[in-house]
Design a protein around this ligand. Structure first.
Ligand code: AMP
Length: 548
């Protein structure tokens, strides 16, 4: 028997409503893009919404119907934003592809997703010319530029010009309303074993995620902000910013392909950026450029860092030298992506600055909507005492319940509910602050005890001579595994293995100090900038630790 039903309007949560809201209430708020073509382009929310409607018309004219996939191979820019809305808003599915993947992988992903239209930036013209014959499902290739930049000759069959497609339409189009659970976009992740797997987001999940991520204790976006997502729109929808920014009506600044320290610094200053977001690596370039040129930021106040653990040394530099608040956040492609954000509670004001900072270095508290637990190896929940470390599982309306085209369920059933296993190993303290201690696929277990590779890397990264460090498990006859640290030195810096090992003394339990250090000129990374631990482990398979 149903109880008394609520008597509220049934309004499906539609992605198009976000840009309609921005166009109506923040119509003259700017969207600034540094284009692949090299110049700066300026538009606003009103014009962007009109062009998104025209694009929806153009995609229908190309023969696209509900559920068809419109793929993008593009940097952060206003045309990419128009595709986000023009495609999803008209019941198509926007499939963002990571152009940094290997070409064979890009083709594999496009075929797996059954992409019908492929829109791409000028940068990727040579790549698509090579890949086009293998993209079996793509019916229309659209170059995201104007007539003047179209190639005179190309091997791509029927190549279309984005601007011509949009300009041919009149915008007389009403955004449709349909089931809010309809697929809106797809993003593939390589953070799993085997081939990349697709996470399929819905209108409902995306709008709810946009609400939650804009909250003060999440990313804290407001109409007065000028927001520059460095995180690419092909990485989990730039962490949802293309949706949460119009929700609050802020100014949006896109860096295009220009992600080096100098270009970013200039854009931050010229556009008076207040807030940004990106993985730790991108800040290295910006910090180095600013330090070398003795520059400060005049408007930049806060940045979200996530995707990998933010090294405390980096947090200190941004905060102490540049006055930029670092908001450490954790999430996954499978989680749209935001799970936790490290923001203090008022009771933490009583802590000394060091203790407060230790909390901020954690991955943080869940945002409302996400539920989490840590489990032991028998799937038994572990206590929230900040000590017990276990497999982190999550659930929520913006967490996937299956992978695209995969029949098996990735979920685990605990206490009568389904949970998504993150593959991360974490502690949770009594205040709900989660801290990643390692990944289950990449963990160092010495004599039955966990050693956090992240801790080892953070300590090493705090040494002035270290550019990058990766801790991997190395076979040991007595302890099963012991940590080996692989280090890239900063240019012209000198440090011996012995000195660096000495640096760990007093910073971590003695038994957790790496057994050995090897210096290399480069550490292998995945296309998304993560250290390829499996590859490193393979590379050092035969490494003999001292005393073995
Ligand atoms: P992706 O799906 O590529 O975003 O990767 C998600 C994974 O990145 C997570 O499961 C974590 O292993 C890692 N990750 C994301 N954010 C953080 C963070 N703040 N600290 C440590 N690891 C993180």
């Amino acid at each position: 028997m149903p109880g008394l039903m609520g008597q509220m309007m049934q309004m499906p949560l539609m992605i198009s409503s976000l840009i309609v809201h921005a166009a109506r209430h923040f119509g003259d708020t700017e969207i600034v893009s540094k284009r692949a073509e090299g110049d700066i382009h300026r538009t606003d929310w009103k014009a962007a919404e009109l062009r998104a409607r025209k694009l929806a018309q153009a995609l229908a004219r190309l023969g696209c119907g509900p559920g068809d996939r419109v793929a993008t191979l593009a940097w952060n820019g206003y045309r990419h934003l128009e595709i986000y809305y023009g495609a999803s808003g008209s019941q198509l599915v926007c499939h963002t592809i990571n152009p940094r993947l290997f070409p064979e992988q890009i083709a594999w992903i496009a075929n797996d997703a059954d992409d019908k239209v492929l829109c791409f930036d000028l940068t990727f013209l040579p790549l698509i010319e090579k890949l086009a014959p293998g993209l079996k499902t793509v019916k229309h290739f659209v170059l995201m530029t104007d007539r003047a930049h179209m190639p005179a000759q190309t091997g791509i069959p029927n190549l279309r010009c984005y601007e011509e497609l949009v300009e041919a339409e009149n915008g007389d189009y009403a955004w449709p309303e349909f089931d809010e659970n309809t697929a809106s976009s797809i993003c593939y992740t390589s953070g799993t074993t085997g081939n990349p797997k697709g996470a399929v987001y819905s209108h409902r999940s995306t709008v709810l995620h946009a609400y939650a991520s804009a909250l003060p204790d999440s990313l804290g976006c407001a109409a007065r902000d000028v927001i520059l997502p460095v995180v690419p729109m092909f990485h989990v929808n730039a962490w949802g910013l293309p949706y949460s920014v119009p929700l609050v009506g802020a100014k949006l600044v896109f860096p295009g392909p220009h992600l080096d320290g100098k270009s970013l610094y200039e854009l931050f200053e010229e556009e008076k950026v207040t807030f940004s977001a990106g993985v730790p690596t991108v800040w290295l370039g910006l910090i180095t450029y600013a330090q070398q040129n003795k520059l400060k930021f005049s408007s930049f106040k806060r940045t979200v860092i996530g995707g990998s653990a933010c090294p405390p040394a980096m947090m200190h530099t941004l905060e102490d030298e540049f006055g930029v608040e670092v908001i450490h956040a954790w999430g996954m492609t499978e989680m749209s992506p935001i799970g936790t954000v490290s923001k203090l509670k008022s009771k933490h004001d009583a802590l000394d600055p060091q203790a407060r900072h230790k909390l901020l270095e954690k991955q943080g508290r869940v945002v409302y909507g996400v539920d989490m637990m840590i489990l032991d190896d028998n799937d038994k929940p572990l206590p929230w005492d900040g000590q017990a470390s276990g497999n982190l599982v999550v659930r929520g309306p913006w967490v996937i319940d299956r992978y695209f085209q995969h029949s098996g369920s990735p979920l685990v059933r605990v206490d009568g509910r389904d949970w998504f296993p993150t593959g991360d190993v974490a502690t949770i303290d009594a205040d709900g602050f989660m801290q990643i201690t390692d990944r289950s696929k990449d963990v160092i277990k010495s004599g039955g005890e966990w050693i956090s590779s992240i801790d080892l890397e953070n300590i090493a990264m705090a040494h002035p001579a270290v550019h990058e460090a990766a801790a991997i498990a190395c076979r040991h006859p007595k302890w099963d595994e012991r940590p080996l640290l692989v280090v890239v030195k900063k240019p012209n810096a000198e440090v011996t293995a012995q000195e660096l090992l000495g640096f760990f003394e007093g910073r971590i339990a003695k038994w957790q100090i790496p057994d050995d250090i090897v210096f290399v000129s480069e550490i292998p990374h995945t296309a998304t900038g993560k250290i390829q631990k499996l590859k490193l482990r393979e590379q050092f398979k035969e490494h003999r630790l001292p005393g073995t």
